[in-house]
Design a protein around this ligand. Structure first.
Ligand code: SF4
Ligand code: SF4
Length: 193
């Protein structure tokens, strides 16, 4: 049996992680967390998470970068804002979850074959290209990226029903002035550097 060490040595922690996250939008107050656990106890998704929200905040404060970015928690967060409303330290926990998702995508460290990060990236690509999201193509692109044709086949009956009722279309929706959109997005990218 392969026995793995579960304890982390201090030199393995990322001392800059807290500052990196604090620089991201909505995360400025994160070190005011008092670890009261109100976020975890009010989170409707906590029962499914590998680490509750309180622990994710603690990971960030203490340099456990890998644990925070590789956690399923950030992808299971339903953005309901309950934790944020109840936090006595007024920490924008939902924004922190978004910041961690962005970082995990940037550093490509999200759990392998997990749908939400792939879905998020494919949606951004579609919108950047066409100015609109087209659900059918979004789902198709996601399953192609996930190399999961069986998953796509399983979803096919639902897709057909949605098409029959006019809720989904084969047509790719596009805005008229896509060149203007690209100029705008390039400008945003330049300013974010
Ligand atoms: S509710 Fe706020 S202060 Fe309490 S553990 Fe969660 S983030 Fe920290
Ligand atoms: S915003 Fe996310 S982390 Fe906060 S309570 Fe809702 S699901 Fe849980």
């Amino acid at each position: 049996m392969d026995i793995q060490r579960k304890v982390k040595f201090e030199e393995e922690l990322d001392k800059n992680f807290l500052d990196e996250i604090k620089d991201m939008s909505g995360c400025e107050e994160i070190d005011k967390c008092i670890q009261c656990g109100a976020c975890s106890s009010s989170c409707p998704m906590a029962v499914y998470m590998d680490h509750p929200p309180r622990k994710i905040i603690s990971f960030i404060k203490n340099g456990f970068k890998e644990e925070a970015l590789k956690s399923f928690t950030i992808w299971l967060c339903a953005s309901c804002y309950t934790c944020q409303v109840r936090c006595p330290a007024k920490i924008k926990i939902t924004d922190v979850m978004y910041a961690l998702k962005r970082k995990a995508i940037e550093e490509k460290v999200y759990p392998n074959r997990l749908q939400p990060p792939v879905l998020a990236q494919e949606m951004c690509k579609l919108i950047a290209k066409n100015g609109r999201n087209s659900e059918l193509w979004l789902v198709v692109n996601m399953y192609i990226k996930l190399k999961n044709p069986l998953g796509m086949l399983k979803m096919a009956p639902l897709g057909i029903n949605l098409m029959k009722t006019g809720r989904m279309s084969l047509k790719k929706e596009k805005i008229k002035n896509r060149k203007q959109l690209r100029t705008l997005l390039n400008e945003v990218k330049e300013n974010a550097k």
